[in-house]
Design a protein around this ligand. Structure first.
Ligand code: RIB
Ligand code: CA
Length: 317
């Protein structure tokens, strides 16, 4: 079977970094057409620089990395340095990855998304946003003709049943740019949502970190350091033995959809209420006549997830 073509839109961020590496470690299943960056966990200048660092870590300076939106469509940018550190990719003991030598591509990320979708047959390209949806929504607004060409959007974001992680009901990626999420969720493109309902079942424990650390080469060792730094915040916040590993769920689903259970329901985005702004309102029990528009992941085989992740990371240099 031909590998699935995808555009990965991200805001690295430690979990974004692991998602990028998982995609690069899955050439039989995935063809990464390009990485587009958006402001989110940290400002755009850092998310795009971090994406370059991650590609070079994996020895993949051939991958096109494109900078996109530096702010949400309407709201002011909210970032997450408390989770990811000031650089967005902090390591324990104040270490950090070397400055990248590869450069960003000149084209704006939104133009890359549009041109790539228009250059491929309808249904050929999957779009995988794992940060705020700003780049995706801007591309849809600027070139509505791309909407029917997208095979599907598999995103990390939202929370159908689970509480939010930024407000009592909103998850970070949707909360940062709810207006962009509203454009995407109303677009009619087939959606699969890897939200907190399932990512909070994928917990990075100290044991799993050490398994990753010893599974391969330098890249796996750095991933273990990423996870050691990244999980400290959520472990203390949630009082759990591990932190949820959000973004790689998108890639793991593409590599092996059998890992996850999803339900096709209607999901709408709250963009007006100060109390519930950014909530992904899921009609879980068909209380309304609203048409289902999103496959929401609600269960995962977490042991199989980590086996897949470890095996794939072991193949990287
Ligand atoms: O809520 C978790 C999401 O917000 C993840 O994508 C993380 O990287 C941050 O972007
Ligand atoms: Ca992210």
């Amino acid at each position: 079977m031909q590998p699935r073509k995808l555009i990965l839109d991200c805001d690295p961020g430690h979990d974004d970094a692991v998602a990028i590496l998982l995609a690069l470690a899955s050439p039989a299943e995935l063809e990464l057409l390009g990485i587009t960056c958006v402001a989110g966990n940290v400002p755009l200048s850092l998310t795009s620089r971090n994406a370059l660092k991650i590609c070079e870590l994996a020895g993949r300076s051939d991958v096109g990395v494109y900078a996109g939106a530096d702010r949400p469509m309407v709201r002011s940018l909210v970032t997450a340095e408390a989770v990811h550190g000031v650089s967005g990719l902090d390591l324990p003991d104040e270490r950090c990855l070397p400055e990248p030598t590869m450069r960003l591509r000149d084209q704006h990320a939104v133009d890359f998304i549009i041109d790539t979708l228009l250059a491929h047959p309808a249904g050929a390209v999957t779009v995988c946003p794992i940060g705020p949806l700003t780049n995706i929504a801007l591309a849809m607004r600027r070139a509505p003709e791309i909407v029917p060409k997208i095979r599907e959007i598999v995103l990390m974001g939202g929370a159908a049943i689970n509480p939010g992680n930024v407000t009592p009901v909103a998850e970070f990626n949707i909360y940062v740019d709810p207006h962009a999420a509203d454009v995407v969720f109303r677009s009619g493109v087939p959606l699969t949502m890897m939200g907190l309902d399932v990512t909070h079942q994928v917990l990075v424990t100290p044991e799993r970190i050490e398994t990753i650390r010893s599974c391969g080469g330098q890249t796996a060792r750095v991933v273990a350091d990423f996870l050691s730094f990244y999980c400290r915040y959520d472990r203390s916040r949630y009082g759990t033995d591990g932190g949820p590993l959000h973004d790689p769920c998108v890639i793991a689903h593409l590599v092996d959809p059998a890992l996850f259970a999803c339900r096709h329901v209607n999901v709408q985005i709250e963009i007006a209420s100060p109390l519930t702004l950014g909530q992904t309102v899921a009609d879980w029990w068909q209380a309304t006549e609203a048409q289902a528009n999103c496959h929401v992941a609600y269960a995962v085989d977490d042991e199989a997830f980590f086996s897949q992740l470890t095996q794939k990371l072991s193949t990287l240099p």
